[in-house]
Write a protein that binds this ligand. Structure first.
Ligand SMILES: NC(=O)c1ccc[n+]([C@@H]2O[C@H](COP(=O)([O-])OP(=O)(O)OC[C@H]3O[C@@H](n4cnc5c(N)ncnc54)[C@H](OP(=O)(O)O)[C@@H]3O)[C@@H](O)[C@H]2O)c1
Length: 346
């Protein structure tokens, strides 16, 4: 029996969300799926870094970070290893990459993932930077090193957006993928429809923790852009760079635009889409669109996300679910871990 020895790079919201789920389900995962694992290392820039080749006490790590904000008082193990040393030199065989996203450079995550794959360790990640920028390189590197890489949580968090296209809809002849891939902007548009101005709706989203203090990545469509590039390249087999994709956010939408759409029986949504053209090239975009109220995407309100796959054999298939959150994104990682485990057990 292969035991997964997990090392986490980053121990923020999602990293903690994953280990909470692993702790809660340890017995069930073994009984139902045969999954045996230990968490051998956690490396985080400020919260600290611990390595114990025999496995860490997950409950203790969670308690410590809750009580003190860091894991420095963990009673045993080797302390202070940075991310790359943790990836290369621990006895881990699966790296969970959950550090910050930098959509411009993809770093430090690209270096983390490359180091892991070159060390012949499997990778699961929710960090969309590396996949939006260099998915092909990373997939080739994984293949060359005979290891697996999964990244379901990079789009729609744990809602199975990527696996739906790659696995369940394989052979369905997907011609288009389009949907709501950013919860913050969907929340703002929903609140504007209820009568708030843009600034008030944004402030409310910030107060509720949906929007960052600097909301640019969400409201200007950069976050959605990264996600549609991932779907176009990974699911549709494209080779787009983010600079090739026209992007427009929601900052120019006014209350009058919202009212006018209502009169037409429509609703504004920030849509990220990718579709095959006649010459088989892929055209992708991020832009506000007026969606007819009878379309499934129009019914998706608040911070919820949704994607419609247009296929030859099934017509439209729409998936709706959370696009962020501690448990939802932690679950995405768990699902990837189970997928890799099933694959390597074969
Ligand atoms: N939160 C969500 O709902 C969600 C959904 C989908 C995808 N994601 C993606 O998942 C990833 C993690 O998100 P999160 O919400 O958990 O973010 P977070 O709470 O900010 O956690 C990220 C952690 O990574 C650590 N870190 C940054 N650089 C590092 C390095 N070089 N080595 C080791 N640790 C490093 C940070 O350390 P310090 O802060 O201690 O310095 C922080 O604790 C991000 O890429 C995010 O875009 C998040």
């Amino acid at each position: 029996m292969t035991e997964l020895k997990i090392a986490l790079i980053g121990f923020g919201v999602v990293g903690q969300g994953l280990v909470e789920i692993l702790l809660e389900q340890k017995k069930e995962l073994k009984v139902k799926y045969g999954l045996e694992f230990s968490v051998v290392a956690v490396s985080d820039t400020i919260k600290g870094s611990i390595y114990d080749e025999t496995g860490l006490d997950i409950q203790k790590l969670l308690d410590l970070v809750k009580e003190t904000g860091n894991i420095n008082d963990y009673p045993n193990g080797v302390k202070g290893w940075d991310s790359l040393k943790t990836i290369k030199e621990t006895n881990s065989n699966l790296i969970v990459e959950v550090s910050w996203t930098d959509i411009k450079t993809g770093e430090p995550a690209i270096s983390h993932v490359k180091a892991a794959l070159k060390s012949q360790k499997h990778v699961v990640m929710t960090n969309k930077g590396p996949i939006a920028l260099v998915a092909r390189d990373l997939l080739s590197l994984a293949e060359a090193n005979n290891v697996q890489i999964r990244f379901e949580g990079t789009v729609l968090s744990g809602t199975p957006a990527i696996n739906l296209g790659l696995n369940n809809l394989a052979g369905s002849k997907i011609s288009k993928i389009a949907g709501i891939v950013n919860g913050t902007t969907n929340y703002i548009l929903t609140e504007m429809e209820k009568g708030l101005g843009y600034d008030e709706a944004l402030k409310q989203a910030q107060d509720l923790g949906y929007a960052e203090a600097d909301p640019t990545a969400d409201v200007e469509g950069y976050d959605a852009l990264g996600k549609i590039v991932i779907l176009a390249n990974v699911v549709m087999g494209g080779n787009l760079t983010k600079d090739q994709v026209p992007r427009q956010g929601i900052t120019k939408i006014t209350v009058k635009d919202i009212e006018d759409a209502k009169k037409e029986g429509k609703r504004w949504k920030l849509i990220a889409g990718a579709e095959f053209k006649k010459d088989n090239s892929i055209e992708a975009y991020v832009r506000p669109e007026k969606i007819p109220l009878d379309h499934p995407l129009a019914a998706v309100t608040g911070p919820i996300n949704a994607l419609t796959y247009t296929t030859k054999y099934l017509g439209d298939v729409t998936i709706v679910g959370p696009g962020a959150g501690r448990e939802a994104t932690g679950f995405g990682l768990l699902n990837d871990i189970l997928d890799i485990y099933r694959y390597i057990k074969k």
